[in-house]
Design a protein around this ligand. Structure first.
Ligand SMILES: [Zn+2]
Length: 128
């Protein structure tokens, strides 16, 4: 059952790359929001942020972020969480694996291309 004994698959490796990118993106977002990460004690700097403390810090960060950034940041956090729990890259509509190329291009996506397209079609219909 020990997952660490197993060699990472190609997909898993790619997902770890994506995680690194997401953390970088989060970093960039936060610094753009004028939040100096080096103003925080060392232990609280992600990626290995603790749960309780990070939730508290996140809340403070969120207050300083604009709506759009906040949304994106939330998505990034959710994606990182999913990567950690091993549920990343699964379409939340149909439960199929999302193509790794799509994930690389759009790491915060939670839908496969088929479901996304379908959803967009429906939205278009509703707008009419
Ligand atoms: Zn799907």
């Amino acid at each position: 059952m020990k997952k660490t004994d197993k060699k990472l698959s190609f997909r898993e490796k790619k997902i770890q790359d994506i995680k690194r990118k997401l953390i970088q993106q989060k970093d960039t977002l936060l610094s753009e929001a004028g939040i100096a990460l080096n103003a925080l004690p060392d232990e609280t700097i992600f990626p290995e942020l603790g749960d309780q403390a990070s939730a508290e810090i996140d809340r403070n960060f969120m207050l300083r972020l604009k709506g759009r950034e906040r949304q994106l940041l939330k998505k990034i956090d959710e994606a990182i969480e999913k990567i950690d729990s091993g549920t990343y890259g699964i379409c939340e509509i149909c439960g199929e694996e999302i193509n790794i190329k799509r994930l690389e291009a759009r790491p915060v996506t939670t839908m496969c291309i088929e479901c996304k397209t379908e959803q967009e079609e429906e939205e278009k219909l509703r707008e009419r």
